[in-house]
Each structure stands twice: as structure tokens, then as C-alpha cells.
Design a protein around this ligand. Structure first.
Ligand code: AMP
Length: 421
């Protein structure tokens, strides 16, 4: 028997109500803030990710799904959402539009991680990106939008962590100070952090090992190394957040897992958990990425959230989501001729926009009613020999079991009235 690959799963019909709920909130939110949808391919040139996210990150070093196509071109399954959006922005000349260009996406991302609750090898991300403005007001708007998204879903028990990691000018000085701090503890570092210390020191701060976290606690803070421009930007972001009434916590160890971030970084964490895979979403500025990918210097800011984790939290917080629509009617029939009549009736009802499901095979009426119930049909239409002769049907209201005979010509009106009752 084949199984879905480790770290992936099927989203069965009974789970889909959660997905539709989240997708509906996404569409509404993005419309509210003026973001337009963008869909990018599931796979990209693998260099897009290695270049954008950079070596020394877990994503590039250990987690990408790369493969060669039949012509030997190196491709990678989408590892994250921002780099493809920037690629599309450049490829389609979106820099010619009024800036910032505001785009959003929703789709799968693939990472070879150790599967556990809330961490999968295929997960789905909703993200939005505002490209072409360095205005700190936009950072605050993006954070506000992320917060509104969680509120709109009914999630309220989360906190917003905020930090600034500076720019090309000031970050190197900070990294130097960080290396100096860590060099006193080289022996105590985990094997990964020993490599990070040389290859990508910023990543030292988000190591999940308890012994490394202890060393991170006393590490120098990025905010103390910001250049005057980055400092002013960060102050301004906080001022806007204050004006918008958004509560946040400064977290000096927040650096985010990908290398393209500059200045503002933020993460949304559920309150009751302290586990490493608990971040519901995160984002920040990436002012150098478009240039890195071959464009003109173009500041940008964005956010992404994992949908599986959102749904886990919706369930954990017992938030009810609307169920998916059920059929207006199930058509039960008794006998071969009635079945033909049922097929004709189903076709006519669907032509009128009424969702129906017909019985198949030759089950007993009891079994057919059971099936109608299981499908959540509001009504069952019963057609037997007598109904065929009288050109009537029996309409059974599945909500209370009441039933009555009505002329066939009145079915559409009766169903339409019943649906809204
Ligand atoms: P990132 O691109 O790493 O910033 O991830 C954005 C969001 O996607 C995270 O905050 C999580 O909610 C979610 N996420 C990231 N990796 C995974 C994963 N392996 N499984 C499930 N969700 C994930």
C-alpha cells in the first residue's frame, strides 16, 4: 500500500472547512489592505533560493528539495514564498508600476525537516509583500495587517515579537561583536553553532539547543549597533505601532531564519507555548533582496504565516468554523423507472442551480435515507411507482423527518424556500 510521503498529508473533505475558512479570511484581508494575488510556480531555478536565502541557513544547507530535470537544469521545489515573488516582480517589470507594489500568495512550500506537530515537509504558506518603499509606516502597516489577520480568524492569544537587525552598513559591526562574545564559549557550542560562528554568526541567536540559548541570552543586542538611519527607522516603526495601538515585545534575539532580512523583523507567537516550532508567522524588511536578484535597489517588507499551524491553533482554541455547504436534496428512488425519473429530475434541478445527489445502485429506502443523512442533505426527494403515476414526489425534510407529497412542478420553489427557511 502506498502512503503519502513522510511529512506530507492529505487534506480530507472533513478538514477542508478550515482551509476554506482561512482562505476566505486571506482574500478579505488582502482586499482590505490593497494586496493583489500572485501565483508562482511550484518549482523554480534552485539558485533563486540559494542566492536569496543564502548558504549558512538551515533552509539552504539542509532543507531544500532540489532536482535536475531531463536537460540537467537544477530546480528546487518552492522553499519559501518571498524569493519567487521578487523574481516575478523583476521578470514582469512590476517596478514600472506605482510603488509600492502589494502582492499576496497562498500555496505549498517544501522543506526537508524532521516532521513533528506543526512541522511538515510540505506545508502551506500565506504571505504578503509590499515592494518598493522604505517607509517605516509600511512596516507598521504590515505588522498591523498580520495582527488583523489573526484576529479575523478568531485567534487572540498571541504576541508580537519585534527587533531590528540593521542594514549592510551597521550589521557587520554587530556580527563582529557577536563573534567576539561567542568565541569565549566555543567549547560549549553545539556542532551546528560551531559552524555558524564562522559561516553565519547571526544564526547563532536562533539555535534551539538549551546550552546555546544560554549563551545567546548574554549576547550583544542588535539594537545597540544600529546606524543612525536604522535607529531612526526602528524608532519610527515603533511610533507608528504605538499610534495604531499595537502591543509588541522587543525581542533582542529575534533574527529570523532566512538571510535576506534587514532592519525590522517580527514574529507572531501563540502565548501558551514556548516550543521552537510555535511561530505562527513572521516577516520583516528585505531591502537588499531585489538588488541581490539583479534589480535596482528596492526596499521591501512582508510577512508569511503557515496555514497548518494556524489550523492547529484554531482547533486548540476551539474556534468553530462554518461548515461547507451540503446538498439541498438527496434523490431517493425505488425501481428502475423511478431511477430514470430521478436522473432527469437531478439534471433539471442542477440546471436551476440546486445542488443534489442521486442515489446509486438499488439500495433499500432506509439505506438511501441513511445516506442522505450522512451527506447532510436538507431534503430527500423520494420517487416511487405511485409518485411516477401521479407526477408527484415525496419531499422529506431531513431536519425534522416531516414529509409531504407535492406535484413535481413545485419542487424547485419548495427547495428554494426550504433552503432559506
Ligand atoms: P518562514 O518562511 O520560515 O518564515 O516560515 C513562515 C511560517 O511558515 C512560519 O512562521 C510557520 O508558521 C510556517 N512554517 C515554516 N516551516 C514550516 C514547516 N516545516 N511546517 C509547517 N509550517 C511551517
Amino acid at each position: 500500500m502506498y502512503k503519502a510521503p513522510r511529512g506530507t498529508f492529505d487534506i480530507l473533505p472533513q478538514e477542508q472547512a478550515y482551509w476554506k475558512y482561512v482562505e476566505g479570511k486571506v482574500a478579505f484581508l488582502c482586499q482590505l489592505y490593497g494586496y493583489q494575488p500572485l501565483s508562482t510556480p511550484i518549482f523554480e531555478d534552485s539558485e533563486l533560493f540559494t542566492h536569496a536565502v543564502a548558504g549558512g541557513t538551515d533552509l539552504v544547507d539542509k532543507e531544500m528539495y532540489t532536482f535536475e530535470d531531463r536537460k540537467g537544469q537544477k530546480l528546487a521545489l518552492r522553499a519559501e514564498g518571498t524569493a519567487p515573488v521578487c523574481r516575478a516582480y523583476l521578470e514582469h517589470g512590476l517596478f514600472n508600476l506605482a510603488q509600492p507594489v502589494k502582492l499576496y500568495y497562498i500555496g505549498p512550500a517544501f522543506r526537508y525537516e524532521r516532521p513533528q506537530a506543526g512541522r511538515y515537509r510540505q506545508h502551506h504558506q500565506f504571505g504578503f509583500e509590499a515592494i518598493g518603499s522604505a517607509d517605516p509606516a509600511l512596516d507598521a502597516e504590515v505588522i498591523e495587517m498580520a495582527q488583523r489577520f489573526f484576529f479575523s480568524l478568531g485567534l487572540s492569544q498571541f504576541s508580537i515579537n519585534l527587533n531590528s537587525i540593521g542594514c549592510k552598513l551597521c550589521q557587520p559591526k554587530y556580527v563582529e561583536a557577536l563573534q567576539e562574545h561567542y568565541s569565549d564559549y566555543t567549547e560549549q557550542l553545539c556542532p551546528d553553532c560551531k559552524v555558524r560562528l564562522v559561516r553565519n554568526p547571526l544564526r547563532l541567536l536562533d539555535c534551539k539547543k538549551a546550552s546555546c540559548q544560554k549563551i545567546a541570552e548574554t549576547a550583544p543586542k542588535t539594537v545597540n549597533y544600529l546606524c543612525p538611519e536604522c535607529q531612526a527607522h526602528f524608532q519610527s516603526v515603533q511610533k507608528y505601532l504605538g499610534a495604531l495601538g499595537i502591543t509588541f515585545q522587543l525581542n533582542h534575539r529575534l533574527v529570523r531564519g532566512l538571510d535576506y532580512y534587514t532592519r525590522t523583523v517580527f514574529e507572531i507567537e501563540p502565548q501558551e507555548e514556548g516550543t521552537q516550532q510555535s511561530a505562527l508567522g513572521g516577516g520583516g524588511r528585505y531591502d537588499n533582496l531585489i538588488e541581490e536578484l539583479g534589480g535596482k535597489p528596492t526596499p521591501a517588507v512582508g510577512f508569511a504565516a503557515g496555514i497548518e499551524r494556524l489550523i492547529l491553533n484554531l482547533k486548540r482554541q476551539k474556534i468553530a468554523v462554518p461548515s461547507l455547504p451540503t446538498p439541498a436534496a438527496f434523490i431517493a428512488c425505488l425501481g428502475e423507472e423511478a431511477k430514470i425519473e430521478a436522473a432527469k429530475l437531478a439534471s433539471a434541478l442542477r440546471k436551476n442551480g440546486i445542488a443534489v445527489i442521486e442515489a446509486t445502485g438499488d439500495k433499500s429506502l432506509k439505506a438511501q435515507l441513511r445516506q442522505a443523512n450522512a451527506l447532510g442533505a436538507i431534503y430527500t426527494i423520494i420517487i416511487g411507482k405511485q409518485e411516477m403515476e401521479n407526477r408527484t414526489i415525496i419531499l422529506r425534510d431531513m431536519r425534522n423527518g416531516e414529509q409531504k407529497a407535492i406535484p413535481q412542478t413545485e419542487i424547485i420553489t419548495a427547495l428554494k424556500q426550504g433552503e432559506t427557511a
